[in-house]
Ligand binder design. Sequence first.
Ligand code: FAD
Length: 315
Amino acid sequence: MNRQQREKLIAVTKHWSSPMQFDVPMASYSTLRAGGKAAALIDVHCLVELQMLLRQLHEQQLVFRVIGRGSNILVKDKGFSGVIIRLKGEFENISPVQKNSDSDENGEEIVYVGSGCSLGSLLSWCTKQGLSGLECMSGIPGSVGGAVRMNAGALGGEISDCLHSLVLLDAEGIALQVPKSELQFSYRRAGWGEKNFDTLIVAFAVFSLKPEAQEGIHSRCAAFLAQRKGKQPTGVASAGSFFKNPAGDAAGRLIDAAGLKGHCCGEAMISPVHANFIVNTGGSSAADILALMEEVQETVLQRFSVKLEPEVEIL
Ligand code: FAD
């Protein structure tokens, strides 16, 4: 990013609640606690700001990426040359359910949620309101936008299961409400026809949720959380499962069978608790993590003729 582009960005955002930051170490914004710098990073607080920023980025021909809570990303050590955008303020809101007018024909309630809202906050809200459907998201440390983009899932459920529609923005800031029937969701993937989903921003997600007694929802959330305990490493920097499960198998089983549990590259290690978790044991670089990723891919390919694809988004 050149000086002129920086100055334009400063001018556009100078009265906003969060100033544009430059040369930002992305390790602070990724649960892997590793990675290079972003040329710029900004928190936007409302749709108007987001649309103004996107128009400016388009004019300046600057690349951008929206991130949520950074629980599935790794920025290469050489850094990201564009602008990282985080959705805050109105993008963290959950709209109160309109009991009569917004109940759908199945007796379900329609709920508008900003993409910047954390899954944890959404689940607490749903439990309080007595609305079920999203319990399988318990323990996933992402945002609603990140979860939709990744079609996050666990224990047989996916976020798309109770999705009603999305409010998407294109790279020029034009907003469109797209019904679920026009979207394609598969294992850790969201799509909208021929469009490249990487160029779209999920601004709001609209869910269709079932009224149910609080106790049932609460106990299902607790059961999902309990199932994670002991099976996944806790208190260490990771991005969850690093590789997608190949059809009919589990990446963790293959990595374990290849004898790679505990294997290290620099300070990146295959977790001894769960072989599909790459953990940062201290000051790992993105290069350490990527070298370990490649070693795992090569070993598993040689041993089992299976090419493991990363689930983590490498920017
Ligand atoms: P980020 O990591 O910030 O971004 C992920 C991708 O989404 C990036 O490509 C980013 O550009 C894009 N993105 C983010 N927000 C938007 C937006 N508003 N619009 C468009 N694109 C956007 N995942 C599972 O599926 N199941 C699990 O059980 C699970 N367990 C985990 C456990 C741990 C301990 C950890 C660390 C991670 C786990 N994950 C799991 C991975 C991760 O939490 C999910 O993929 C999560 O949904 C990512 O959300 P995020 O907000 O952190 O996204």
